[in-house]
Design a protein around this ligand. Structure first.
Ligand code: COA
Length: 174
C-alpha cells in the first residue's frame, strides 16, 4: 500500500529480514523505547532479527498485523505500525501501535502510515473497531491518534501490569 501527501511518501509492507539492521539502529535509541512502552532498553543484540522472525507466526495465527513503515524517498524502513490483540468475527477489533525512528519524527510519517493501516484493517481484514493508548507524557502519539480520527475514551487512567505509567485511551470505529 502506498500513500503520498504533502512532502511525505509512505508505504507499509510486511517486514523483511533485510530490515533488521535498520530496525536495530532505530530501536537502540532510548527516546523510542522510553515512550513506546513495549520495547526493551537497552535493546538486545540481535533483537530486531528475532522480532522480525516472530512476525510469521503472529500473522499465521491471526493475532497481529505488523507492517514496516517505508519512506519512499529513499526506500528506507523508518518504523513500524501494528494491530495486535486482534479479535476476529463480526465485530473484529484490535489495538493500534506504532513507532518511528527519531530522525523521521514530526514529518507526518506516522499519520500517513496510520491512514494506510486503517485502510488495510477495513478492506483486507474487515475490522470494525480499533483502540489505542499512549502515556500521558507522550503528546505526539496523542496528536497522531487525533489526526487519524480516534476519539479519547471517557477520561480514564490505565496503568501497566507493574502499576507504572498512566495512559490515555482511545477508540475508532472503522
Ligand atoms: C509517536 C510517534 C510514532 C509519532 O511519529 P511521527 O511520524 O513523528 O508522527 P507525525 O509526524 O505523523 O505526527 C506527530 C504530531 O505530534 C506533534 N507533536 C510532536 N511533539 C509534540 C509535543 N511535545 N506536544 C504536542 N504535539 C507534538 C507534531 O507536531 C505532529 O503534529 P502535526 O502534524 O499537527 O504538526 C513518534 O514520536 C515515536 O515513535 N515515538 C516513540 C515511540 C512511541 O511513542 N510510540 C507510540 C506509543 S503509544
Amino acid at each position: 500500500m502506498l500513500l503520498m501527501k504533502k512532502n511525505v511518501s509512505v508505504a507499509i509492507r510486511p517486514f523483511r529480514a533485510t530490515d533488521s539492521a535498520q530496525v536495530q539502529t532505530l530501536l537502540s535509541d532510548v527516546r523510542v523505547a522510553r515512550t513506546a512502552g513495549n520495547i526493551p532498553y537497552p535493546y538486545p543484540k540481535n533483537g530486531a532479527q528475532a522480532w522480525i522472525a516472530s512476525h510469521g507466526a503472529q500473522h499465521r495465527s491471526g493475532t497481529a498485523i505488523i507492517r514496516a513503515i517505508i519512506c519512499l524517498q529513499d526506500d528506507q524502513c523508518i518504523g513500524a505500525i501494528s494491530i495486535d490483540q486482534r479479535s476476529r468475527g463480526l465485530n473484529g477489533s484490535g489495538n493500534l501501535g506504532y513507532w518511528v525512528g527519531v530522525p523521521y519524527w514530526n514529518k507526518g510519517f506516522c499519520e500517513q502510515a496510520g491512514q494506510l493501516m486503517l485502510a488495510l484493517a477495513t478492506k483486507e481484514f474487515a475490522m470494525m473497531r480499533l483502540v489505542a493508548a499512549h502515556r500521558i507524557d507522550n503528546p505526539a502519539s496523542g496528536r497522531v491518534l487525533e489526526k487519524l480520527g480516534f476519539n479519547e475514551l471517557e477520561p480514564q487512567r490505565m496503568t501497566n501490569l507493574s502499576g507504572q505509567y498512566l495512559f490515555r485511551c482511545y477508540e475508532k470505529w472503522l
